[in-house]
Design a protein around this ligand. Structure first.
Ligand code: F6P
Length: 530
């Protein structure tokens, strides 16, 4: 499937990206939709490469697979589940799973959740000590990363109670978050799709004990977000405080439904609805736009070109937006838990690499940390820049302009670089001469020709954040389809969980079984006896 593209790459690998620019490349190698502008002109993709990449989606049967996902077919074959996070942001229409339309339940749960959010925000719903001032969301993975990322992203829209997130089983996390909160005006949300996740349940029990020190019926100030009614009841949370969802929502895709409750509490029902609408608009675009005009498709094809054709092992996501500081971490789960697989849907080993390693930090901070390697290191890292046309601080437009200038300058520097002659001139201007000048100049060379893309969005509103997240979700889907992967299971997290369960008692003093290796046993001994 990748043969023609690999042949193509072999023929153009040493070419300068700058030589590709004709009068229209900057306009043609871009996708524009609903306020978003995605530029991929600073990559080594030319018109023929684009044609070959677009053939991939035909060969992989993207159109049929996309239709199967949206219509509720059980495309997650290893768990025999439909994949319907898109239903959670629909406002009308029907979606059928096992012969039943799921939309009435989706809409009823959304209405109940938003009513709860509004009642709590207005003070109609109170804790033992009066109106709620603080919300603690206890969850991990998809039950944490999405809402925590979005809460930070949408800070300008937060007029509700303060929201705090606890995820790590490290007792330091829950301790530090609860310290200073008034239990009598704090609501605890236990967010767990399965309600079996050890980190979440352990932290929830700690929070329940903390709450019990000041509140007579502590479970009354708890809410559960889960698919497991029996387990939330066993924990003591009354059914009217449980917001349920179905197993056809994957954890890392679950922000749009009850798992988004903490966000809805912060930003309110109208803003949360705008957030869903942004995602739904991206869903429509993804289903209707033609290949090269389809934003998720093009984001995916650029990703496939860099990771599977060229062979770059990682990609950096670099939002020039401080409020998107958790977006790279969110994408790590979304992309790496979805496409970090080495067998395809058919159970056979992949013949190409799996999805790449995703990492990043917001600009401009990253510039003063790891950009050195991005510009001059021996690894080539495709960079995905993100920047808003407008910030939220009207008095600080000059700072936003500086941010924009930095973002554009980085992609420019990556592509253009600086050659030895220019570096020599700089070294000479600093007073270096002879062999010293030559040595100094070589340190100042930027080889350039390093690929990047830039995504411009209007302003980080709830609607826009919805668009962005849905864009990346669909990118993952398209890449997964091309790789032949089931992007919706996560068997790779299971073994570590099983072994941790077995090692827990050993660390507490039980005799280890023969299944333990000498290295691990020695580490247990060093941890427990020094
Ligand atoms: O360990 C991986 C995982 O299953 C994620 O996929 C999921 O988002 C996370 O754990 C939390 O799961 P739960 O919401 O069931 O507690």
């Amino acid at each position: 499937m990748f043969t023609a593209l690999k042949v193509k790459y072999a023929a153009v690998r040493d070419r300068k990206i700058t030589t590709l620019f004709d009068t229209s490349r900057a306009y043609d190698f871009a996708v524009q939709t609903d306020g978003l502008f995605f530029d991929y002109s600073k990559t080594n993709i030319d018109r023929e490469t684009l044609r070959l990449l677009l053939e991939l989606i035909k060969t992989a049967g993207l159109a049929d697979k996309r239709a199967a996902m949206f219509s509720g077919e059980k495309i997650n074959i290893t768990e025999d589940r439909a994949v319907l996070h898109t239903a959670l942001r629909k406002s009308s229409g029907a979606v059928t799973v096992d012969g039943q339309d799921v939309m009435p339940d989706v809409l009823a749960t959304r209405a109940r959740m938003l009513k709860f959010a509004e009642e709590l925000r207005s003070g109609a719903l109170q804790g033992r000590g009066g109106a709620y001032t603080d919300i603690v969301n206890i969850g991990i993975g998809g039950s944490d990363l999405g809402p925590a990322m979005a809460y930070l992203a949408l800070k300008p829209y937060s007029q509700g109670p303060k929201v705090h997130y606890v995820s790590n089983v490290d007792g330091a996390h829950v301790t530090d978050v609860l310290a200073g909160l008034d239990a009598q005006t704090t609501l605890v949300i236990v967010a767990s799709k399965t309600f079996t996740t050890i980190e979440t349940l352990t932290n929830a029990e700690t929070a329940l004990r903390w709450m019990g020190q000041s509140v007579a019926n502590p479970a009354d100030q708890f809410v559960a977000l889960s698919t497991a009614d029996d387990k939330t009841a066993a924990f003591g949370i009354s059914p009217d405080r449980v917001f349920g969802f179905e197993d056809w929502v994957g954890g890392r895709y679950s922000l749009w439904g009850p798992i988004g409750l903490s966000l809805a509490l912060a930003i309110g029902a109208d803003n949360f609805t705008a957030f869903l609408n942004g995602a739904a608009a991206m869903d429509d675009h993804f289903q209707s736009a033609d290949g090269a005009d389809n934003l998720p498709v093009m984001l995916a094809l650029v990703g496939i070109w860099h990771a599977q054709v060229v062979g770059y092992a990682t990609r950096a996501v670099l939002p020039y937006e401080q409020r998107l500081s958790r977006f790279p971490a969110y994408l790590q789960q979304l992309e790496m838990e979805s496409n970090g697989k080495s067998v395809g849907i058919d159970g056979q080993d992949l013949t190409v690499s799996s999805g790449p390693i995703v990492w990043g930090e917001p600009g401009t901070n990253g510039q003063h940390a790891f950009y050195q390697l991005i510009h001059q290191g021996t690894h080539i890292i495709p960079c995905e820049f993100m920047i808003a046309r407008q910030g939220h601080e009207p008095d600080l437009t000059h700072q936003h302009q500086l941010l924009q200038a930095n973002c554009l300058a980085q992609s420019q520097a990556l592509m253009l670089g600086r050659d030895l002659d220019a570096a020599r001139a700089i070294a000479a201007s600093k007073g270096f001469e002879g062999s010293d000048l030559e040595r100094q100049a070589r340190h100042r060379v930027f080889k350039g020709n390093r690929p990047s893309t830039t995504l411009i969005y209007p302003k980080l509103t709830p609607y826009c954040l919805g668009q962005l997240i849905a864009l990346y979700e669909h990118r993952v889907f398209v890449e997964g389809v091309i790789l032949g992967i089931n992007s919706f299971d996560q068997w790779g997290v299971e073994l570590g969980k099983e072994l941790a369960t077995a090692l827990g008692p050993v660390i507490s003093g039980a005799q280890p079984g023969p299944e333990n290796d000498p290295s691990t046993l020695n580490l247990v001994s060093k941890l427990t006896h020094g």
